[in-house]
Write a protein that binds this ligand. Structure first.
Ligand code: ATP
Ligand code: MG
Length: 393
């Protein structure tokens, strides 16, 4: 394989969710074809794929088939079967590579890596047995959060622990699997930085976003974040250290807790585009998904400059559908509002169905426009205008 992989080639992606769908949109705009590995053609990225390998993400044969059909494989979900991907390496490039995936998919390795790179992180302990619960619980600061080491997302697999005695029961509730106990962080804000590293080591960083979560799920992201230049610089330095320390080729998102005294702690990383980076589609010169294409193909990275004064993104969860179809015209009447729907047919409560991005003259305007547009989804629709009848008198 030669660098760069030229437009016209077929790119492979493991996972059929919304991140894959937006990757496909960026790749198509640049003239690439995309083959998606996912269980069903009905999945968000499956619907828009040029080719589909139908299979579970952990299915080694399916990953090998994807590799045989493509020049490079990227992913939209890190809880994948690393052994299956290892088999594919050699047939297609893996971007990101296996060593990053091994770290990012396991909270134990992730936290040890942050510590070994000298990055600030909340106090943590690995809990893998009842003895660990007893020994560690005795002198661990409370409250704390117990998180499964593998396969967690959107706050799934997490329990808040208020006392040492509650730890054992929580570990049992989570299925007695390997977990990480983490000190509860009294943060004043949550930030994320999306960074990209090209195949030649070139780095591009977006400005930090300010993120608000509801029930452990991202609700709203805002750029620019209201931060001092020192905090912004620190967030960027941490992201740069991770991109280099983990030898990333591709997109990496770093989630950070901001403390009252201005210090940052690293929460976790995602080796791919991130929900908080969706606002780069409207807000920045190059979207995080186009950067994923560029990095995977060995192309120069794009500018991460913001091209609007301010931009906000809020998620649309399935809850918004429970009282009937959302009022789309109402939302889209809000100035600066843009709608993204992921093509999911079943709107279950808590399921990410889409997002709204709004631009504004300043962060407050962008934020209030995004929230106003979302609130209008629940307002009764005006009675539909009658379409002009064909061939009328
Ligand atoms: N130690 C902590 N102290 C305080 N709040 C926490 C802590 N850990 C997690 N949270 C809250 O829960 C949210 C989700 O946690 P985390 O990022 O670890 O989970 P996740 O399941 O990997 O989620 P996602 O993949 O959606 O980012 C955080 O963004 C934060 O709001
Ligand atoms: Mg997170």
């Amino acid at each position: 394989m030669t660098v760069p992989i030229q437009p016209g080639a077929t790119l492979g992606i493991v996972g059929g969710g919304q991140l894959g769908r937006m990757f496909v949109a960026a790749a198509h705009r640049m003239g690439y074809r995309v083959c998606v590995l996912c269980p069903s053609p009905e999945e968000p990225a499956g619907q828009v794929a040029d080719e589909l390998v139908r299979g579970e993400l952990a299915d080694g044969d399916a990953v090998a088939k994807l590799a045989s059909m493509t020049d490079v494989i990227t992913l939209e979900f890190e809880n994948v079967n690393v052994d299956a991907l290892a088999r594919a390496e050699g047939h297609a490039w893996l971007r990101p590579g296996l060593s990053l995936l091994e770290v990012a998919r396991d909270r134990r390795r992730e936290k040890r890596t942050f510590a070994s790179l000298g990055l600030p992180l909340p106090r943590f302990a690995v809990i893998e047995s009842e003895e660990d619960c007893e020994r560690t619980g005795a002198d661990f600061p409370m409250p704390a959060v117990l998180k499964t080491a593998l396969a967690g997302y959107d706050g799934k697999g997490q329990r808040r622990i208020e006392s040492p005695e509650a730890l054992g029961a929580a570990w049992k509730e989570l299925g007695q699997v390997p977990t990480v106990l983490e000190a509860f962080v009294p943060f004043v804000g949550e930030l994320s930085v999306v960074g990209v590293r090209g195949h030649d080591g070139e780095i591009a960083l977006y400005e930090p976003c300010h993120n608000t979560h509801v029930d452990h799920v991202l609700d709203l992201s805002l750029a620019p974040a209201p931060l001092s230049p020192e905090v912004t610089r620190e967030a960027e330095e941490i992201t740069r250290a991770l991109l280099e320390g983990l030898d990333v080729t591709g997109v990496l998102c770093v989630e950070l807790f901001l403390l009252e005294d201005g210090r940052l702690l690293v929460n976790e990383i995602a080796p791919r585009p991130h929900n908080s980076g969706h606002l780069t589609i409207e807000g920045h010169a190059t979207s995080q998904f186009e950067q994923q294409v560029r990095a995977a193909c060995g192309l120069p990275l794009g500018s991460t400059r913001r091209v609007v004064p301010s931009v906000a993104m809020c998620n649309l969860l399935g809850d918004l559908w429970q009282a009937g179809p959302p009022n789309w015209p109402g939302a889209l009447a809000v100035p600066g509002a843009n709608l993204h729907l992921y093509g999911k047919s079943e709107a279950r409560p808590g399921r990410k169905m889409g997002h709204i991005t709004a631009v504004g003259a300043d962060p407050e305007e962008a934020r209030s426009r995004a929230l106003e547009a979302r609130a209008r989804l629940l307002e009764p629709a005006q009675s539909a205008a009658t379409a002009p009848s064909a061939g009328g008198s």
